[in-house]
Design a binder for this molecule. Sequence first.
Ligand code: IMP
Length: 424
Amino acid sequence: MRSMAIIGAQWGDEGKGKITDLLGQKSDLVIRYQGGNNAGHTIIVGEKKIVLHLIPSGILHQHCTSVVGHGVVFDPEAFQVELKDIQGSGVDVSPERLRISENCTVITFYNKLLDGQREAKGPIKIGTTGKGIGPAYEDKTTRKGIKLKDLLNKESLVEKLRDNLIEKEILFKHLYEVSYPSPEEEAERLFELGKLIKPYLCDTFSLIDHAIQKNKKILYEGAQGVLLDIDYGSYPYVTSSNTSAGGIYTGAGCPGSSVEEVLGITKAYVTRVGEGPFPTELFSELGEKIQQIGGEFGATTGRKRRCGWMDLPLLKYTVKASNITSIALTKLDVLCGLEDLKYCYAYNYEGREIDCAYPGIDLAKVEPLYRELKTFHDDFKTDQLSAPLKEYIQTIEDFIGIPVGILAYGPERSEIQFCKEYLH
Ligand code: IMP
């Protein structure tokens, strides 16, 4: 297997970072293809905690080239901060090791302002990360987006920003009543940041194409999760990109046949940040306990994550929606020793029992049906798992019809067990 993707199989925060980090060691290229700095991948290496938002996890491996594909929305200022941060941790982030598509859409100040104002004053609160992600994708789709290559020419940048601002100005002045920088001021700011980014820019399409031709090992690093996908997710409580495997082909720019395996990452329970329906959400003390033991706080916003039971109808759906071929089951340690464990095996929906949360279903109206799980007390000191934990894993595999290829029971690289070989 020369290429694979790592995709969140829930609402994000499934622990993709550490697995991408491990498989990045085997890869020649690690490619981000969607989202932006709304993502937060926390990787623990020894004593060091490194949080990556925009820069692919491959950056931590000297032999690996990290690529930011054109499907990513790129905040140059956030990049400047992240670059400084990880360089401060002693990581080499030279332009030879990090390549960024010149066609990434830029997140402008206007995008961030609009995101914040809508969340604060708009009729529907999505609970966004406030990073300007949605408005930047809007600009891209309405063909008013600023591309990274546009930052290199100040005169044309001012013109493009002027055009970009025409409709937003009405909102800023008359609906939200907030001040905003002029196109000249914004162009100045972005032009300065463009100088920092220029050495990293290239035609990533050809870079990836050549890597495929040369049979290089490629890892596509997804951000967020399938349930936040703009098309497949729990709309409107989603992010604005295609977080499912479909996003790879357009966002990185590669043929479908070049992704041989899609590894879906799922926690042994479910979490969600932001608003939106969550069928198996726990409102009990046990939910609080899982939140605390699991350290369930957003890596980007620090918000508390909502916690709930494993939801197999949702997992079955994400497996189908993203053509997932195997699963990594993470955070097993969090459930260890807890009593009264459950998982959801079906929903009661409009008088019918269904075992797959197909699109269009109103997740706010389903009644989850549960089965009990036996308590497991594994200490994970050996590869031997207890009978109740094996039973849980088997239940999941039988239900979704694909294998669990990875088990994770802690944040360290040593706490991840491979039951299947990837990128060999
Ligand atoms: P946005 O991506 O900032 O527009 O946020 C839209 C929705 O996606 C909100 O519910 C966020 O909480 C959620 N979201 C965005 N990025 C992440 C992530 O990396 N992990 C988990 N949730 C996320």
